[in-house]
Design a protein around this ligand. Structure first.
Ligand code: NAD
Length: 360
């Protein structure tokens, strides 16, 4: 099974994608490590903690529970966890394991980035979204009241252990939210992956092992390649934000309640595809294929009651908007996207209005 390397200026680490990989978690630890702190949520620990407990049973380890949820992804929780680590003898030789969805891996990564000025983290993502996106690439962080992920650090993990078997217990809606990130990867970087998603939709939605493991590994391979070339998102890595500029605005406009992150990205990819058409960047056939695929993995929650003007205003205030200029990631063909900062000012609102109407 795949062992995929991510190479950054700070070093190279491996992402293992393998059924049963949880049991080999200890192999990712440094030889002389102190206490291992497993940051997790009660639900994930109850469902899958036994495998982690037996993998780490011969070592000093502690679980640190986090309540879960975007509202709790805050500095106050990071501080509380750091205090627990000190209380249980944590020091510079300690290691953090992030065992959960993207909220846990973001928070555990950030805790490791700042605890005693930085200790290693091993990411063990348990949602599809975290496996193919959040846990790979070293972006960590917490929310402020004023916005998501506004505090954070780049802190690459020492290893990422992906065990697709844990996805068997993932609720249907969370599973599909992760699939949208895989669709994103296909659209921006791999016509082959896009084709697999289109032709094997039923098996993928039924979580058939062979095809699921294949698309996870392929997505991780692409993310690893992109991150390896641009750790700090100054160039190529920006294409991974396809659908996110519009999606973040939709999430903010609906107060992070109506849409899961992946669902908002699905809607955002729809809006970005319409914008690419308005800019005459994408052919009719590719545009229809993208919209069809999004529909076939849908539906996303209704956009009823939302205005294009409201979403556009949110986009202008996004943290990725630099000096009022929005960088849009737009598809050119299936498998290729481009970052554009010269989109005529009146076009985004038209694209948003179309996408809102289609999902109302
Ligand atoms: P999440 O972490 O909230 O997990 C979703 C829910 O599923 C939670 O209730 C969780 O406890 C539960 N769960 C997790 N694994 C399970 C399993 N195997 N079986 C049953 N239930 C399980 O949501 P998410 O979508 O994984 O992550 C979203 C977060 O990821 C956001 O905060 C977002 O900002 C972040 N993110 C970060 C990056 C990055 O590059 N760092 C990229 C994308 C998203």
């Amino acid at each position: 099974m795949p062992h995929i390397d991510v190479t950054t200026p700070g070093g190279t680490y491996t992402v293992v994608v393998e059924r049963g990989a949880l049991t080999s978690l200890a192999s990712g630890l440094p030889a002389q490590c102190g206490t291992v702190f497993v940051v997790t949520t009660e639900d994930v620990w109850t469902l899958h903690g036994t495998a982690v407990r037996s993998a780490l049973g011969h070592l000093p380890f502690r679980t640190i529970f986090f309540a879960g949820g975007e509202d709790n992804k805050r500095m106050a929780d990071v501080e509380r966890m750091a205090e627990s680590m000190v209380e249980f003898g944590g020091d510079r030789s300690s290691v953090v394991v992030g065992f959960g969805g993207g909220i846990v891996t973001d928070l555990a990564g950030f805790l490791a980035a700042i605890f005693m000025r930085g200790i290693p983290v091993i990411q063990v993502p348990t949602t599809l979204l975290a496996q193919v996106d959040a846990a790979v690439g070293g972006k960590t962080g917490t929310n402020l009241v004023s916005g998501k992920n506004l505090i954070g650090a780049f802190h690459q993990p020492r290893a990422v252990i992906i065990d697709p078997a844990v996805l068997d217990t993932l609720p249907e809606r969370e599973y599909r939210a992760g699939l949208y990130e895989i669709i994103k990867t296909g659209i921006i970087a791999s016509a082959g992956l896009f084709h697999t998603l289109a032709t094997s939709r039923d098996s993928i939605l039924a979580r058939h092992h062979h095809i699921l493991d294949q698309i996870i590994a392929e997505s991780v391979r692409i993310k690893a390649h992109v991150v390896s070339g641009d750790e700090r998102e100054s160039g190529l890595r920006r294409i991974l934000n396809f659908g996110h500029t519009f999606g973040h605005a939709l999430e903010a406009e609906t107060k992070y309640i109506r849409f899961l992150h992946g669902e908002a990205v699905s809607w955002g990819m729809r809006a970005a595809t319409h914008l690419a058409a308005e800019c005459k960047m994408i052919g009719v056939e590719d545009r229809i294929s993208i919209l069809n695929l999004l529909d076939r993995y849908g539906p996303v929650p209704s956009t009823a009651g939302l205005s294009a003007a409201g979403i556009e205003a949110r986009m202008i205030h996004d943290k990725k908007t630099i000096q009022g200029r929005i960088h849009f990631v737009l598809p050119e063909t299936i498998g290729k996207a481009q970052v554009r900062s010269d989109v005529p000012a009146h076009l985004p609102r038209t694209a948003i209005a179309r996408a809102l109407e289609e999902c109302a």
